[in-house]
Design a protein around this ligand. Structure first.
Ligand code: GN1
Ligand code: MG
Length: 416
């Protein structure tokens, strides 16, 4: 996957000016600093490290945001525009106007080479959802020129979506009933998109879950940059011991044992909306990576996020994979998917559960080695820490392999 689509004009457009209040799509829960100063500290720390490091995101100015909102026909803004969510890629804001509440988002074009393809996919998905009760795709608000997005003179692509009311995201799952809701939500997504021919959607992120490509990139980086500290060396040794498994899903696909389907691509807990009062899952959001893929990727990604109860930045604690949550998610997921998944798909679910945290660990480590250009970070070393957390999760999954396989078997044998 290309990570080199940095757009010079974007950097220029986002250079903070002193005359207005800057905003940032900060991480509320981690207290990720909101403004320009934090970004500059971060740069200072990097300067001693490697010259090619560039700021990942400079803050967007409130005045810019107001001008962008005015490009959509949604009435006058009535509340301050506020950063929303904890996404690591796009910038996201909540906007309230006289016409209602909305989610405003800038699509990160260093990550997504063709954001118009995302918007085209959303249109196909939205039309499919209109026919399928239960599949919720947030409505896009057209810009004043009628297009479903707005391009700024600097080339940024912004979109405005309906704000789904009474919905919340969860930092962590509080219990097995919430875990069950996660499994139902993902299973329903796969069930309701199963009759959508995968080729109707374009590829928005080429090679997104091609684990062998991340390994190949890793080996290139390693040849250029030998490990500089114990953390990097430990991660590299962990990877070396597992190179044999990275192609397991590609091989199954090539052998015709598993099919391509429509996948979400990023069904981590943050991307699942729950009803604030009733607690049931309402929708999967963050649909940019909906594209042809493998259900094992989605299930593995969802489980690595939801069953790691300490979170992606679990510093100094023993990372583990929670089997009770895994069981609740798998059982509910199987309830929705039992009648259409093939035997080969069920037989490779464990491979996906092991592979996805491994792949994410590789991606975090590669980004660390490349100078934190892809994932938003608050400080140098964060991607390395996150890589080691994912690898610890892989080790725990491996230690519990037979239990996890039993849970998969039970889920798919069970009735109802
Ligand atoms: C990114 O943008 P966000 O936070 O939803 C990433 C996922 C990772 C996730 C890890 C397009 O998702 O693949 O699993 O971070 N999305 C992309 O938190 O790379
Ligand atoms: Mg995402």
């Amino acid at each position: 996957m290309t990570q080199e689509t940095a757009n010079g004009s974007r950097q220029v457009a986002k250079t903070p000016r002193k005359t207005d209040e800057p905003l940032h799509s900060a991480n509320r829960s981690t207290g990720h600093g909101p403004v320009a100063d934090g970004a500059l500290d971060h740069l200072g720390a990097l300067a001693s490290w490697r010259e090619s490091d560039a700021p990942q995101d400079a803050p967007t100015l409130l005045a810019d945001l107001r001008a962008i909102v005015a490009g959509f026909a949604v009435g006058a803004e009535t509340c301050p525009i506020a950063p929303l969510g904890r996404g690591l890629i796009n910038e996201t804001f909540a906007v309230t106007t006289s016409a209602g509440r909305y989610v405003l988002q800038c699509v990160n074009q260093r990550v997504f080479p063709d954001p118009e393809q995302i918007m085209a996919n959303l249109a196909v998905l939205g039309a499919h959802a209109a026919e399928q009760a239960g599949l919720r795709v947030p409505a896009l608000i057209p810009a004043r020129d009628g297009r479903p997005f707005l391009r700024t003179p600097a080339g940024e692509l912004w979109r405005l979506m309906e704000f789904i009311p009474d919905a919340v995201t969860l930092d962590r799952l509080a219990g097995v009933e919430q875990a069950r809701q996660v499994g139902l939500a993902l299973g329903r997504f796969h069930r309701l998109t199963r009759d959508l021919e995968p080729t109707r959607l374009g590829v928005t992120l080429p090679g997104f879950h091609r684990t062998p490509d991340y390994l190949a990139r890793h080996l290139e980086l390693r040849a250029e940059l030998p490990p500089r500290d114990g953390g990097e060396s430990d991660c590299m040794a962990f990877i070396d011991a597992r190179v044999g498994m990275v192609g397991v899903l590609e091989q199954a696909l090539a052998a015709g044992l598993i099919p391509l389907r429509i996948t979400h691509g990023d069904p981590k807990l943050d991307n699942i909306l729950f009803h604030a009062a009733a607690g049931h899952a309402l929708a999967l959001i963050d649909l940019d990576t909906v594209q042809p893929g493998l259900i094992q990727h989605d299930l593995g990604d969802c489980l690595r996020s939801c069953c790691n109860r300490l979170g992606e930045s679990a510093e100094g604690q023993r990372v583990y994979f929670d089997l009770a949550f895994c069981n609740a998610i798998l059982t509910a997921y199987a309830q929705e998917t039992r009648d259409f998944l093939g035997r080969g798909e069920v037989a490779t679910i464990y491979d996906g559960i092991r592979l996805m945290p491994f792949e994410l660990g590789l991606r975090f480590l590669n980004d660390h080695l490349e100078g934190d250009r892809y994932f938003r970070v608050t400080h140098r070393g964060q991607n390395l820490l996150k890589a080691s957390v994912q690898f610890a999760l892989v080790a725990d999954i491996e230690a519990r392999e037979s239990d996890i396989r039993t849970l998969i078997d039970l889920a798919y044998q069970g009735g109802g």
